[in-house]
Design a protein around this ligand. Structure first.
Ligand code: GDP
Ligand code: MN
Length: 392
C-alpha cells in the first residue's frame, strides 16, 4: 500500500525526523489561507501535488509561490488537473489534494532510503550524495554513486552503518549526528510499521546547516496491513485502481493488466498458467484473478462483477479446476452475476473436477450463451478468437 507525501511526512515527524512544516489542502481558498502562514515578506512557499507518484517536480507538480495569492493561483490550476509523470503511465493522475509547505534554501540534496534486500533476506540502506530529481539518471549512468549498506531487521540499526552512510554522503560532525538519528528513526519506522520502502528524496542540508526531509515516500507490505489499522486508515481510494480496490474488499487476489480477456480462475498457479496460455495463443489477459480455493457463490459473483465492470474486456475466460472449490459453486456465482448485470461479451468456460456435471448443468440450464471448452488449451484458443472477433 502507498500513502501520500504529506502522510509520510506526518509519520516521519512522529519518529522525530525533521520535516518542513506544511498543510494539506483540497481547495485554492484553503491554499491561500495556509500559504499566509508560510509565505510572504520575502519567504516563499511550495505548492506540491499529492498523488501516489514520484517525478512530480519534472511534471509541473511542485511549484514555488512568493505570496498567498500566487499560491492560490497555482493551486487553482493544479487542483483537478491531471499530472503525467514517468510513474503514472499514459493515463496520468488527477490531483485532488496539494501540500503547502515552507520553501527551504538548500545547500545540498541527498538520497536516503531503506528497503528490502530479498536476495540477502535483509534490509538495505540506500544512500547517495546525488539526491533530487535526477536519482534515476544517476542510477543508470553512475551506479557507483549510490551506496548500499546492509541492515539486519533483527539486530536493528548499528552505529557503524551510520558512519558508513555519513561517509557516503560526505557528512561529518554535527551533521553526521543528525544523520544518525534520522537513520535510526527510519529503521524503527520500517520495522514497526512493516514497510516495504521508506525513502527521503531529497534529504537536504539547509542553508542554516541542518538536515531536513523535503520529500518522503513510505510503502507498506500489504500482507502485514491487518496488524496496522492506523495505516489502513491512511488509504486513499482515489489513487487506487477501482477494480483492485473492490477486489480487496471482497478478499480476492486481482491485478489489473492491459489486455482484453477477463480471467476468472481458482488458484494462483492456475491463474498464472491461464495468462501464459492466453499469451501463447496470441491474446492478452485483462487481469490476474484468483478466486481462491474455498470461494462462495457470492465471492465468485463479486469477481465476475469486477471483470464485467472492465469496459476493455472483450471476452471472458472462466478456467476452473475444482478441487476444494466445487464447480457448481462457480457456475452458480457466474450465472447469478451474469443474469443480474447482463452479459455483453462472449463467455468461455472450462470446468473440470469436483461436481463438474452439476456445474455444467447449472450453466446450460441458465440460458446464458456459454462457449464450452473441453480443456484449458481449447478454452484459451476460443477466448482469444472471441476477443479478436469482438475487436473486429
Ligand atoms: P518529486 O519530483 O515528486 O520527487 O517531488 P519533490 O518533493 O522531491 O520535489 C522535486 C524537487 O523540487 C526537489 O528535488 C527539490 O529540488 C525541489 N524542491 C522541493 N521543495 C523545495 C524547497 O522547499 N526548496 C527548494 N530549494 N527546493 C525544493
Ligand atoms: Mn522527490
Amino acid at each position: 500500500m502507498k500513502i501520500h507525501e504529506y502522510q509520510a511526512k506526518q509519520l516521519l515527524a512522529q519518529y522525530s525526523v525533521p520535516v518542513a512544516p506544511g498543510k494539506v489542502c483540497t481547495t485554492p481558498e484553503e491554499v491561500r489561507l495556509s500559504a499566509s502562514e508560510f509565505c510572504g515578506g520575502g519567504n516563499k512557499c511550495v505548492v506540491k501535488a499529492q498523488i501516489h507518484s514520484g517525478g512530480r517536480g519534472k511534471a509541473g507538480g511542485v511549484k514555488l509561490a512568493a505570496s498567498p495569492q500566487q499560491a492560490f493561483e497555482i493551486a487553482t490550476s493544479m487542483l483537478g488537473s491531471t499530472l503525467y509523470t514517468h510513474q503514472t503511465g499514459p493515463e496520468g493522475r488527477v490531483v485532488h489534494k496539494v501540500l503547502v509547505t515552507t520553501a527551504v534554501s538548500v545547500r545540498r540534496e541527498f538520497y536516503l532510503s531503506i528497503t528490502a534486500d530479498n536476495e540477502n533476506a535483509a534490509l538495505v540502506i540506500v544512500a547517495s550524495a546525488d539526491g533530487g530529481t535526477e536519482i534515476e539518471e544517476t542510477a543508470k549512468t553512475h551506479p557507483e554513486r549510490i551506496v548500499q549498506i546492509p541492515l539486519s531487521p533483527v539486530m536493528g540499526f548499528k552505529r557503524y552503518q551510520a558512519i558508513r552512510t555519513a561517509r557516503a554522503l560526505g557528512l561529518a560532525g554535527p551533521l553526521e549526528k543528525e544523520l544518525t538519528s534520522i537513520l535510526s528513526a527510519l529503521s524503527r519506522l520500517y520495522v514497526d510499521k512493516d514497510c516495504s520502502l521508506v525513502e527521503i528524496n531529497p534529504l537536504v542540508e539547509t542553508d542554516e546547516g541542518h538536515l531536513l526531509c523535503l520529500d518522503a515516500k513510505v510503502n507498506f507490505d500489504d500482507n502485514a496491513l491487518f496488524r496496522h489499522p492506523e495505516i489502513v486508515a491512511l488509504r486513499d481510494v482515489d489513487e487506487e485502481d477501482p477494480r483492485e480496490y473492490r477486489a480487496s474488499q471482497s478478499d480476492l487476489s486481482y491485478v489489473s493488466l492491459d489486455g482484453d480477456i477477463g480471467c476468472l480462475v481458482n488458484g494462483a498457479g492456475l491463474a498464472m498458467a491461464t495468462m501464459d496460455i492466453i499469451k501463447g495463443f496470441g491474446g492478452a489477459p485483462a487481469n490476474f484473478l484468483d478466486v481462491g480455493g474455498s470461494a462462495t457463490a457470492e465471492k465468485v459473483k463479486a469477481a465476475f462483477e469486477i471483470i464485467l465492470s472492465d469496459t476493455r474486456v472483450k471476452a471472458i475466460f472462466v478456467n476452473i479446476f475444482g478441487g476444494i472449490m466445487k464447480c457448481d459453486i462457480i457456475a452458480a456465482g457466474v450465472v447469478s452475476a451474469a443474469s443480474e448485470l447482463g452479459l455483453n461479451v462472449p463467455l468461455v468456460v472450462r470446468l473440470e473436477g469436483t461436481n463438474v456435471d452439476e456445474g455444467r448443468r447449472i450453466l446450460s440450464e441458465s440460458g446464458l450463451n456459454v462457449i464450452e471448452a473441453s480443456d484449458m488449451a481449447d478454452g484459451a484458443r476460443k477466448a482469444v478468437r472471441a476477443a479478436k472477433e469482438a475487436r473486429a
